[in-house]
Design a protein around this ligand. Structure first.
Ligand SMILES: Cc1ncc(COP(=O)(O)O)c(C=O)c1O
Length: 552
């Protein structure tokens, strides 16, 4: 039996089945594709049930009179999509695949179905979105510093079963190398605690990070350019405390990572929402009076685009012309599943760009370690701020991370997780198809739906135990913008991802079918339909369907 990577321990029953499939040797469709399609159909319609054991590749190849490679490749594809599961040496099984259940009767739709968000809080309301569209102007900035988790709400019904959390932002923390983890922390515990923490961080870790950044992000800096932070939020705050004075204007991507604006606003800055489209921040729309601009060029959060090289150059020309400092949030650049990431923006102009990195996605937010890379004079200013604020990163955590980096444990973890996240992303695309936009990267996808569908889908999904995020609340937006759902596949298992996205697909379909749009114009779904065509971006890449920013 061929084995596949990332096998998880399962307790699947060992039921054997006779596979009801055949292939047509004369058809133009390759045999592997035919076999994959037949098996998928059998799993969808329930002919093949969860936990059933598939024949060995050898036996099925013999039964179908095809080469074993045909069967192996078909199994591998289905495994990658999450349809199959297995254990080393013990066979291949139908995973706990979703059986498509009909949507609940639409007549029972709660207030969200027709009139947008209702007042009572559903399960998703407790956490609130990490994605925001910023109200414009100073008043908006003040408001947006403390946006309440006020949305969505359904009819208040609690989910019947377990909750599937597809909100973005969290990685998978269940599969890590426990021996490596213990080794790292033992090594940290062997050292005495320090009495005078260096605001730059431990030299040993800064050395290791310099090597890590060189390998993973083509950033050629020495330890003298690196400060160890507690993560992106901490790095943002140190930059803000160093550079921003009350009333300074700070640009944040819109839509974007709400924390960035929160941090800048807490330091007294006026938040300036800067439009993004499917490629990232729109340079031509940047005002000339920003002190700092926060941006996510490797993988725009949440739309998922990668800032093309020409636009990077225009962005840096803008920064040089206006004197702004660009803050580059490189939060998940380690996770690309198609092509290598572009080198960090920082490499193009180290004097203008502060690079922020974090282990929050690549390892776990709980580790509380990240980094800030800047030119030496700016870094020295940040270090002074840090000293003045008595801010620091814990020494033992730094020691442990240094060990993980030096021994290659983090690299191995990243390689493993890349495969796992790629499988989960493939499962999302398999279920939601052309609704998915954004690059083949990261731990989240953007699902394009018309604005009016968002409260319906979010609230009804919550009632069915599926939590998702969204790009904005229409109530908080004073400008018409594209709109969508943001689904994270970092902290849910492959089976949960498949199950949760199926619920979302059903709800989007239900909304499209009309019931969710009572009182809405019929125009919106057509606009979504328009976005399905591919286009070519500034760097010549073929691109996913249009992002919401482009529809503005
Ligand atoms: C855009 C973005 N940046 C950074 C982070 C991580 O921040 P931190 O390192 O503070 O945990 C996240 C986590 O969700 C994020 O979504």
């Amino acid at each position: 039996m061929t084995t596949f990577p990332c096998f998880r321990e399962t307790t699947l029953p060992r039921t054997s089945i006779d596979l009801p499939v055949s292939v047509d040797r004369d058809a133009s469709v390759p045999l592997t594709v035919q076999l994959g399609n037949r098996l998928r159909a059998a799993m969808r319609d329930g002919t093949l049930k969860s936990g059933e054991r598939l024949p060995s590749t050898r036996a099925l190849a013999r039964q179908l009179a095809v080469s074993r490679t045909v069967v192996t490749e078909a199994y591998q594809q289905l495994y990658a999509e999450g349809w199959l599961d297995g254990r080393h040496g013990s066979g291949t099984y139908v995973a706990d695949v979703v059986v498509h259940t009909p949507s609940p009767p639409l007549a029972s739709a709660g207030p969200a179905a027709s009139a947008g968000p209702a007042a009572s809080a559903g399960p998703a309301a407790s956490a609130g979105p990490a994605v925001s569209t910023w109200p414009s102007g100073a008043a908006g900035a003040a408001r947006s510093g403390a946006v309440p988790p006020d949305f969505p709400a359904g009819n208040g019904a609690a989910p019947a079963g377990p909750v599937i959390d597809l909100r973005p932002g969290r990685p998978w923390v269940n599969d890590y190398d426990r021996a490596a983890w213990r080794r790292a922390w033992r090594a940290a515990a062997d050292l005495p605690p320090g009495d005078d923490p260096d605001p730059y961080g431990l030299p040993r870790l800064r050395e290791a990070l310099a090597e890590h950044l060189r390998k993973t992000r083509a950033v050629a800096v020495g330890p003298e350019n690196i400060m160890v932070t507690r993560g992106t939020g901490n790095g943002l705050d140190l930059v803000a405390a160093t550079l921003l004075r009350p009333g300074d204007r700070a640009g944040v991507e819109d839509p974007g990572y709400r924390v960035a604006g929160n941090v800048f606003a807490a330091r007294g800055a006026e938040i300036v929402p800067c439009p993004v489209d499917r490629d990232g921040v729109v340079v031509e729309e940047l005002p000339g009076d920003l002190r700092v601009l926060y941006t996510t060029p490797a993988h725009q959060y949440p739309l998922g685009g990668r800032l093309p090289i020409p636009r990077r150059e225009r962005l840096l020309a803008w920064a040089r012309r206006t004197g702004a400092i660009v803050v580059e949030d490189d939060y998940d650049a380690e996770f690309r599943y198609d092509v290598a990431p572009l080198p960090a923006l920082h490499c193009l102009d180290p004097g203008r760009v502060v690079l922020l990195g974090t282990l929050s996605k690549s390892l776990a937010p709980d580790v509380g370690v990240g980094w800030l890379v800047a030119a030496p004079d700016l870094l020295a200013a940040v270090a002074r701020t840090r000293h003045d604020l008595a801010d620091r990163t814990g020494g033992p955590a730094q020691q442990a991370v240094a060990v993980l980096l030096e021994r290659g444990d983090l690299d191995r973890h990243l390689r493993r997780m890349r495969l796992e996240y790629a499988r989960r992303r493939a499962a999302v695309v398999d279920v939601l198809g052309p609704l998915v936009s954004g690059d083949t990267a990261g731990l989240h996808v953007m699902i394009e739906v018309p604005p009016a569908a968002v409260p319906f889908v979010v609230a009804r999904a919550a009632e069915r135990g599926v939590l998702v995020d969204w790009t904005e609340s229409p109530r908080r937006s004073d400008r018409p913008r594209g709109h969508g759902l943001v689904l994270g596949y970092g902290s849910a298992s492959l089976t949960e991802v498949r199950r949760g996205t199926t619920v979302i697909a059903e709800l989007v379909a239900a909304w499209r079918d009309g019931e969710g749009r009572k009182g809405e114009t019929r125009e919106e779904p057509g606009r979504t339909g328009e976005t399905r065509g591919e286009r070519t971006g500034e760097d010549g890449r073929r691109q996913a369907p249009a992002g919401k920013g482009a529809r503005r």
